[in-house]
Design a protein around this ligand. Structure first.
Ligand code: ADP
Ligand code: ZN
Length: 605
């Protein structure tokens, strides 16, 4: 282990620090102590108290009357009024006049607060620090301020009280974790039969699907301590720190067993070690330490390690072999029912109008993760507050889906009239092509209000139900819909704009996937030409075919997209009056709903 030394600081430095701390405390403590004992009262209260003969000592100074009440230490204060007989009345009531009511605390107390206590605190701190340093075992650990200690947070008892019920949907994941909960409740039951619980469980899935939440829920259900640390926290600036943190974490955990140790983003330390020159020694050391620790503790110690990652394929095989993280629990993006359930769970935390159609919101938010859905609810509540309402309604929720997907409305974006018309035709082009084909999802909304994400407008299509399988026809229709925007521009203005770049990307991706991953071309049949790299993070692909094949793939991709583009132009050409009518309407209104769109579409010319 590499030794890291902190440079010694000169004595003067410490003296300065002590002085500074004392001074600060002095300033803080005095006004604080004073304030506590002075009470402002109204003049009429003062008069009442005088009448009731309750005043003990009184002093009048700087337009203020300070006085004490008989049998109490509190100093009262009130402003001085133009009150002629006051002095006589006070005298009659038996009050004594003094030079000065003692506003400050007793000198002893003041001395204690401003000098003795701070010094004692500082001295105690020093002793504590020295003891900690001595407790640590050699090497990099013996640094000042115990930087080598693990920062694993301990949530003794249940983790923020999160239970399985708080995690909506994800029934399969919950089911496979229930066994762990039962084990943590009663490890003896498993021990007696000789069954071993897996030491490590890997939660895999896209970001924001509730993996952290699920781990907390396991701890919550089992009512055991929850240690949590992120993989990236292990890899810090000092070599050797990561490994010592791992050691520390496991030491703490074993003391608190049964318990859950949660390692978020485990890929930060658990990446495949390749033979190539090592870019990160520190990470490797940390990983080795983790493996050693996992092998080190016997089965059934009651320490269960949960780890989360969204790139399971990049993990080192040593980490996933039996005896380590050998169980894998997928935590996937929620389906329609799951989205509805998550919305409802989070809707409990905000005030939402009676009768909101969560199913519809869930349908519109297709592909959204749990975290995004939680965000949608929150955005809706914020929007209601902004409008000065007391509860969020359907419109708030629908608008906030768009906010989460496409960013806020850009209120002051200034499009020229020509640009606005172009965007209107472009969007109606998409919508019309979608509606004129038989395999497209219905149009839910079209808008040409620019968004902060840079989108100048968009057309929202919403599937009625869950959709897991796509046929070749559906994919082709999708591509045609994507080209519909550009096609409308061409037909209407005889020229093309940069507005279609996103469409082009998506159309190309779809067409390429059809050929290289889904075996939908005649030429290549069912041969995989690409492999997916990280399915949970955008799904990058790498090509596995020869350069010649790639060239042919490119040709076929072009052919598919061109064919669909032609089809889109033909469909729009045959329905020109509709295109004009709906685009002009959209241009005027800026946002139209799916129903309005369908009404316009079916209107007779
Ligand atoms: P991950 O660890 O998978 O990236 P988190 O567990 O941090 O995701 O989830 C982020 C937030 O998203 C949670 O705090 C929660 O508010 C919300 N969330 C995600 N999935 C769900 C779910 N299934 N049910 C309820 N809330 C969820
Ligand atoms: Zn477009």
């Amino acid at each position: 282990m590499n030794e890291v030394k902190t440079p010694r600081k000169p004595m003067l430095y410490y003296i300065l620090v002590v002085l500074l701390v004392l001074l600060t405390l002095n300033f803080l403590a005095v006004p604080f102590a004073k304030k506590q004992t002075i009470k402002e009262v109204s003049y009429s209260k003062f008069m009442d108290m005088t009448e009731a003969k309750q005043i003990d000592e009184v002093t009048i100074k700087d337009n203020k009357i300070s006085f004490t009440k008989k049998g109490s230490n509190t100093i009262y204060q009130t402003g001085q009024m133009d009150d002629e007989g006051l002095v006589d009345r006070l005298h009659d009531s038996g009050a004594t006049f003094t030079e000065d009511v003692d506003e400050t605390m007793s000198p002893f107390l003041s001395f204690l607060l401003t000098w003795i206590i701070p010094i004692a605190i500082f001295w105690g701190l020093g002793v504590y620090m020295r003891r900690r340093m001595m407790n640590q075992n050699g090497g990099a650990n013996s640094m000042m301020f115990g930087m080598g200690r693990s920062n694993a947070k301990v949530y003794v008892k249940s983790a923020e009280g999160i239970r399985f019920d708080d995690v909506a949907g994800e029934d399969e994941a919950k089911e496979s974790l229930t066994e762990i909960v039962e084990y943590l409740h009663d490890p003896g039951k498993y021990k007696s039969i000789g069954a071993k619980m897996p030491k490590g469980i890997l939660l895999v899935g896209p970001p924001g699907t509730g993996k952290t939440m699920m781990a907390k829920a396991v701890a919550g259900e089992a009512n055991v301590p929850f240690f949590s640390i992120s993989g990236s926290e292990f890899v810090e600036m000092f070599v050797g720190m990561g490994a010592s943190k791992v050691r520390d974490l496991f030491k703490q955990a074993k003391e608190k067993a049964p318990c859950i140790v949660f390692i978020d983003e485990i890929d930060a330390i658990g990446k495949k070690r390749d033979g190539r020159f090592s870019a990160n020694d520190e990470r490797e050391q940390t990983l080795n330490q983790l493996l050693t620790e996992m092998d080190g503790f016997e089965d059934n110690t009651g320490v269960i390690i949960l780890a989360a990652t969204n790139r399971p394929e990049s993990l080192d095989p040593a980490l996933t072999r039996p005896g380590r993280f050998d169980r894998r629990v997928p935590v996937e993006l929620p389906d329609l029912a799951g989205r509805e359930a998550i919305l409802k769970v989070h809707a409990k935390d905000v005030r939402i109008k009676e009768g909101v159609d969560f199913r519809k919101i869930a349908r519109m938010a297709s592909g959204a993760s749990g975290a995004e859905l939680a965000n949608i609810i929150n955005e809706a509540a914020l929007r209601a507050v902004r409008d000065g309402r007391h509860e969020a309604d359907q419109a708030d929720l629908e608008e906030s889906i768009e906010t989460v997907i496409a960013g806020y409305q850009k209120k002051n974006a200034i499009l020229t009239d020509k640009e606005k018309r172009t965007v209107a035709y472009h969007e109606v082009g998409h919508a019309l092509v979608a509606a004129l084909q038989s395999h497209s999802a219905p149009v839910q909304k079209i808008t040409i209000i620019p968004r902060t994400s840079g989108a100048l407008g968009y057309t929202m299509q919403v599937e009625q139900d869950n959709h897991y399988l796509y046929t070749k026809e559906e994919m082709l229709d999708q591509i045609a819909t994507l080209t519909g925007g550009r096609a409308a521009e061409e037909i209407m203005f005889g020229t093309i704009s940069t507005g279609a770049s996103n469409d082009i990307q998506k159309a190309t991706q779809t067409a390429r996937a059809m050929i290289t991953q889904y075996g939908m071309s005649d030429a290549f049949d069912m041969v995989a030409l690409e492999t997916q790299q990280n399915q949970y993070l955008g799904g990058d692909t790498t090509s596995t075919c020869s350069a010649e094949t790639q060239r042919e793939v490119d040709q076929q991709v072009t052919e598919i997209v061109r064919g669909q583009h032609e089809k889109a132009k033909r469909l729009l050409g045959e329905n020109l009056p509709k295109l004009h009518r709906i685009a002009e309407y959209l241009y005027q209104k800026e946002t139209i709903t799916g129903e309005e769109f369908m009404d316009l579409l079916e209107e007779k010319e």
